[in-house]
Write a protein that binds this ligand. Structure first.
Ligand SMILES: N[C@@H](CCC(=O)N[C@@H](CS)C(=O)NCC(=O)O)C(=O)O
Length: 202
């Protein structure tokens, strides 16, 4: 199994699931400039990471990759035992991917939406406000819980990766103690540490 990634980007979430399930895998770094190459687009038609190649399967989209790995290893218990628990896992996975990640991307990529620096600043500021609102939702959900869906699941590595970006961008999370505690918990996890080390990030 081979995971295509860029260091620190969202494929880290899928890689943590590979570590948590004990799946043997190979990492393949992709240069940003190679994302739109015909060779890479043949693997991932959107030209983004992650891509997971497992035999003849070329799988894209982080949530699909994480569910796939989790289904190969039900014994790891990363996707909930009951229908209700599985629904909770999907709910937070969708929240992380479609709400948080999508909005955070606007902070990183404001320059792709306008050439005007004032507009770029406005996009970044409005997106930061929205990300902080969404972090507030995640913080509230984590009240009295160690993990987003109650027990550890495939949703958690995604939130961890986005919190790493928030730290890099120096977003103030001081009013979100449950998120800070979650970040510390995940940072201390052996599988998370191994995944970071394999990407050259510590
Ligand atoms: N919906 C996609 C999002 C993937 C995505 O946005 N990947 C980013 C890295 S975190 C990327 O490849 N960005 C490079 C680009 O779009 O040019 C998924 O869940 O896999």
């Amino acid at each position: 199994m081979k995971l295509y990634y860029m260091p620190g980007a969202c494929p880290l979430a899928s890689q943590i699931v590979l570590e948590w399930t004990g799946t043997p895998y190979e990492l393949q770094a992709v240069e940003r400039s190679a994302l739109r190459s015909p060779e890479y687009l043949a693997l991932n038609p959107v030209g983004s990471v992650p891509t997971l190649v497992d035999g003849s399967l070329k799988l894209t989209q982080n949530p699909a990759i994480m569910e796939y790995i989790s289904e190969l290893h039900p014994e790891a218990g990363l996707h909930g035992k009951t229908r209700e628990q599985r629904a909770e896992v999907r709910r937070w996975l969708s929240f992380n991917n479609s709400d948080l990640h999508r909005t955070f991307s606007l902070i990183f990529a404001a320059a792709s939406y306008s050439d005007d620096p004032a507009v770029q600043n406005l996009i970044a500021q409005k997106s930061t406000d929205r990300v902080q609102f969404l972090f507030g939702v995640a913080n509230k959900n984590l009240e009295g819980k160690e993990y987003q869906a109650g027990s550890r699941s495939i949703a958690d590595p995604y939130l961890f990766v986005i919190l790493r970006w928030a730290k890099a961008k120096k977003l103030d999370l001081s009013d979100k103690p449950n998120l800070e505690a979650f970040f510390a918990r995940m940072s201390a996890d052996a599988g998370v540490k191994t995944a970071l080390k394999k990407q050259g990030l510590e």
